[in-house]
Ligand binder design. Structure first.
Ligand SMILES: [Zn+2]
Length: 155
């Protein structure tokens, strides 16, 4: 007879519900959850109950593209009050193919080394572990090194 126990207490929790999908198995990819307007076609992040451009309520939520390009980046040397990660870090504005601009921390490169049009990919990472062992997850964008693109299967 086998007995399965579900681990209680510790787990992984998004920093805010409804922002992104956490990969649930091997091969699953994370994505940001956005809103697309069915009337004018614009997309938004975070999700909205109505279109910010034409105010239509005909909107649908769905996954946004995982890859985008850097529109601007800043090296942050003094952490905001609730930030628990390492300093310095880079904070970027990433343009996704849907036309959405997403503010997010950047990773995978020196904080001062970012350039316009650098290609990045969404990652979900723990940013803090609570006293009970629960990991708080947040989204970041990671550098896609030109020399490494197309070689992502190498471990
Ligand atoms: Zn609209």
């Amino acid at each position: 007879m086998s007995e399965h126990r579900i681990a209680g207490g510790a787990g992984r929790v998004p920093i805010r519900p409804g922002l992104f999908e956490v990969p649930k198995g091997p091969g699953a990819e994370p994505y940001l959850i956005g809103t697309r307007c069915l009337d004018c076609g614009r997309s938004f992040f975070p999700r909205r109950a109505r279109c910010a451009v034409c105010f239509s309520r005909s909107v649908v939520d769905g996954p946004l593209s995982r890859r985008g390009r850097i529109e601007s980046a800043t090296a942050v040397r003094q952490a905001p009050v609730e930030y628990r990660g390492d300093v310095p870090y880079a904070l970027g504005l990433v343009r996704l193919p849907e036309g959405v601009l997403v503010h997010a921390p950047l990773t995978g490169k020196d904080p001062g080394g970012w350039q316009l049009e650098d290609e990045v990919e969404l990652v979900i990472e723990p940013i803090h572990t609570q006293a009970d062992g629960t990991e708080i997850l947040a989204y970041k964008f990671r550098a896609l090194a030109p020399a490494l693109s197309g070689r992502e299967d190498i471990r």
